[in-house]
Design a binder for this molecule. Sequence first.
Ligand SMILES: Cc1cc2nc3c(=O)[nH]c(=O)nc-3n(C[C@H](O)[C@H](O)[C@H](O)COP(=O)(O)OP(=O)(O)OC[C@H]3O[C@@H](n4cnc5c(N)ncnc54)[C@H](O)[C@@H]3O)c2cc1C
Length: 594
Amino acid sequence: MQPGDDGRVAHGAGRPSWCVVHTDWGDGSAFLKAWQAWRQHPQRPRLLHFVAFTDHPPHPQAMRAAAQAWPGLSDLAGALAQQWHALLPGFHRLSFDQGQVLLTLGVGPAQTLLREQSFEADAIRLGHRGLPVNATDWDIHALKALARLCRRGTWLEVPAGDPQLPQRLAQCGFVTRSPQAPAAAAAREPLMWQGEFNPRWTPRPARMAPPQAPESCVVLGAGIAGACVAASLARRGWQVQVLDAAGQPATGASGLPAGLFAPHVSPDDAPLSRLTRAGCRATRQLAGQALLAGTDWQASGVLEHGARGRRELPALAPGVDPAAQAEGSRPATPEQLAQAGLDRSTPALWHASAGWLRPDRLVRALLAQPGITWRGQTPVTRLSRDAQGWTLRGAGDEPLAQAPLLVVAAGMASAAWLQAHLPLQALRGQIAWQVHAGHHEGLDLPPFPLNGHGSLLPAVPLDEGLAWVAGATFERDSTDPAPRPQELPAILERLQTLCPPAARGLAPEFAAGQVRAWAGVRATLPDRLPAVGPVDAQALPGLWVCTGMGARGLTLAPLCAELLAARLHAEPLPVSQRLAQALAADRFLEQKGL
Ligand SMILES: Cc1cc2nc3c(=O)[nH]c(=O)nc-3n(C[C@H](O)[C@H](O)[C@H](O)COP(=O)(O)OP(=O)(O)OC[C@H]3O[C@@H](n4cnc5c(N)ncnc54)[C@H](O)[C@@H]3O)c2cc1C
């Protein structure tokens, strides 16, 4: 292994996290070496972030072949290959080793994408080892974009070559040393300039807020949003208490017996589409780490029936590999349509990265992780703040918990404390479900879930047995979570459009009153995007939220929790900064002119 190829991970020993940036992904072996060095170091940082950029993601086979040249990298290359799919232009977050090794891959020019991030880097390698840095690509403006991500002392390595480069780097605050040419030649290493960020002026970093050291935190709400936030913070060393009014976790909207995680698709690739694509990836990764596939969740693929008109996939920019899009979403094949009992002319998409999940299973698994204390039967009625931080109080105004950081993730109930800041709106919904009772074959159900106008999960292993789940109704401004049997026919009606054979098969059960109902209340915001981050940093310091998941909590909560943690720690964002800002919890303050 060459010096520096391990991303200087050893320099992060004993620190809570270490963030390496490589502006050129190359064949991926530098990431694998950094990951290996992290695994082997006895005092490894709790979290390793590796940020890298590539215009054209290499084929996994090529990366595996490159990894074979280095001892011990093959297994890591295999794990990388499993997540190496659907890499469209933009940012992708790949998560390894229980979320402790996080790869943020930017597909596109590093110079442009770096401006879409706001983190604090510890070590940077500019360009590709052995190849001189291209002076046009790394002009003064591009180097300034890189300098925005540095703290005093950020380590830098650049292939030697362009004689003007040290001067340009100095203009941006980097101090570089001349390469040790004879020593490098003797070791048959490429010549590298090394240095660090140490400007003569006070740097103005790009990050949204100074990184916060992990301490104690209270999360209000033990639904999927609260549990994901708790897990993301605990992974970073926080001691997290999760309070909930109910005696069991996941009794609110997250008590849904099972639901879908799936991407939204739009011809202009709207923020919701980009967000849900990243969300599906995050949900799959978290479910894969915390749950049992086939029992608690399944990346089954989902067929989206465009009953209300065809959903258009966005046009691909020139040069983008169509396979990258097809690995995520593509037109459904005639075989898939036939399996769903749909006519071959039916407009439909196949979302290969989608699937089903039992949210209560995920919530319970996350709350059981180290660093998290779950406290049920603890209804919170009032929040107050003093020099120590936030105090949550019960019905008799008694203090229930206190911490410098409070994250409100109480679904629609968050409005009780945040109404002046977040225009949350209730959207009640109901599903129908029933166990198959041994006659699955006779029901004519499709072999995979469907969504579109309503949804159908044909076979989910619930506690009561293998069951079908059909959804869902939408009723604005109702906060009544009680199921209503009189609404079940509306679900059958949706099913008749979504999947006629399934509706025919299940109609007798609906008619005989043998179908069970479950209802819950979704919390939505006017732009259909969640709210993540500080609500009002000036007026309510230390009060953050993660809510407004609407009808997509299973797709969005794991990603939103990682986004919240990244913002808190000035870590690389799992999505672009523009998308993160579209989710900012204080976005409505500006609209109201508060
Ligand atoms: C019918 C229906 C079908 C759905 N289908 C899907 C689907 O297929 N896919 C999908 O992604 N999403 C689906 N959703 C949406 C999904 O369920 C939600 O987005 C998600 O569960 C919201 O999670 P949450 O943690 O934000 O809120 P919740 O799960 O509601 O959690 C809030 C928690 O806060 C607690 N709390 C509230 N007030 C207090 C208080 N004062 N003190 C202490 N604790 C308090 C509650 O007890 C609750 O546990 C569906 C929703 C419904 C209703």
